[in-house]
Design a protein around this ligand. Structure first.
Ligand code: LMR
Length: 393
């Protein structure tokens, strides 16, 4: 039977990581997969995570199953972080999932169950795995303009023009903050306009929020999402704890569906059903750590402080790179790097230039010229700036 299987195309982001690891050049720079690295090139375990793990090791008495939807205290604490304390409490349905990707996948499956034949609109570009999962599920996908290659900002007129025809059978996938792969984000007025349009047309917003706290701050990064869900009757949110808690391999995420209070139990039972069909009980270790951190004042304060240091460190790297490029190019055309938010920026290099950067400078970025800013440090910023200027991006 297996001879009928087709070869699968390699995942671009994962394949890039493999190529980087195989490169013997000691000066190589990894700006590929979205993983935070500190100035020493290490992805550290956050202090609060270590402390919670120590406590968990001492206190945990069983490895028996947890709830099918995950621990309620985890789901409540993370939903509060995203939506605001207690917000929409009577219309929230939640399920713990294996990472943000697990939540994205379950969310799409919920769409299929609720509205077979629904179309999902994704930004052009979007995280490649969005499109890949949608294709795998055979969900019809449409794209809306998002990135203005000239300004490296959001092409908001193009976005709204492309979304002009949406209706109740459409789902619009939005990035809650820190757009992946571009780094260009909607501002408050644009979130308001999107909210009004979705409310008017009856299309369902699906918000993927994987970088809360990496952009403008924990509250600020959720502001657009909060405005949106307050203005529409239904929404789906997929959240990840991989980055903001630095627990990538623990696979910790949350699917949040908001409907009306009367339909909440039914919605919740559908999330229960989906977990049971796909993997049964969700992973617990990372979820338990997040729950402990968010519900303990001292751990929470320490986590928020460390996250804030990570965030401001990335902003410093952005500014430093923009400054270096100003000097080398005698122009302000790379200032967008300082205005983008989150881990990623799309540099605007051609695939050939990206390949030259890899071949001649051992600098690895995704072929669409997405760079992981958190892969840089004070030493590598000038190296990258030199290379970008020499290659003539
Ligand atoms: C990325 O886009 O690099 C991250 O979200 C990691 C991944 O799974 O692709």
């Amino acid at each position: 039977m297996f001879e009928r299987l087709a070869d699968q195309p390699p995942d671009k982001i994962i394949a890039l990581g493999q190529a980087y690891r195989a490169d013997p050049r000691p000066e190589k720079i990894d700006l590929g997969v979205g993983v935070y690295k500190n100035a020493d090139g290490v992805t550290p375990i956050m202090r609060a995570v270590k402390a919670a793990e120590t406590r968990l090791l001492a206190e945990e008495t069983t490895k028996s199953y947890t709830g099918m939807l995950g621990e309620p205290a985890f789901r409540d604490a993370l939903a509060d972080l995203i939506l605001g304390p207690g917000a929409h409490g009577d219309r929230r349905a939640t399920a713990a999932t294996p990472g943000g990707t697990g939540a994205v996948r379950q969310g799409f499956e919920l769409v299929m169950m609720a509205r077979p034949g629904a179309r999902v609109w994704v930004s052009d570009p979007t995280w490649p795995n969005h499109s890949s999962i949608l294709k795998h599920l055979k969900i019809e996908t449409k794209t809306y303009r998002y990135f203005d290659a000239a300004t490296r900002g959001v092409d908001f007129d193009g976005m709204m023009a492309d979304l002009a025809s949406i209706g109740p059978d459409d789902v619009v996938l939005l990035h809650g903050c820190c757009h992946n792969p571009t780094g260009a984000n909607l501002d408050a007025a644009q979130w308001q306009a999107v909210t009004a349009h979705l409310a008017k047309t009856g299309a369902l917003p699906f918000i993927d929020i994987a970088y809360q706290g990496f952009g403008d701050g924990l509250e600020e990064d959720a502001a657009g999402l909060r405005h949106l869900v307050a203005g529409v009757p239904e929404a789906i949110i997929a959240a990840s704890c991989s980055k903001n808690f630095g627990i990538y391999r623990e696979r910790t995420g949350l699917l949040l569906a908001l409907g009306d209070a009367a339909g909440r139990d039914r919605l919740q039972s559908n999330l229960f059903y989906l977990n049971r069909q796909n993997y049964s009980f969700p992973p617990d270790h990372g979820a338990r750590l997040v729950q402990m951190i968010l519900t303990d004042d001292a751990l929470r304060a320490d986590w928020a402080a460390e996250l804030e240091a990570v965030r401001s460190g990335m902003l410093d790297l952005r500014q430093a790179l923009a400054d270096e490029l100003r000097q080398r190019t005698n122009s302000d055309r790379f200032d967008f790097l300082a205005h983008h938010r989150g881990m990623f920026s799309r540099l605007g290099a051609t695939p050939e230039q990206v390949e030259t950067l890899r071949r001649d400078y051992a600098i690895y970025m995704v072929a669409d010229s997405r760079m992981n800013i958190a892969g840089l440090n004070a030493k590598t910023v000038p190296v990258l700036a030199d290379a970008i200027a020499t290659v003539g991006v």
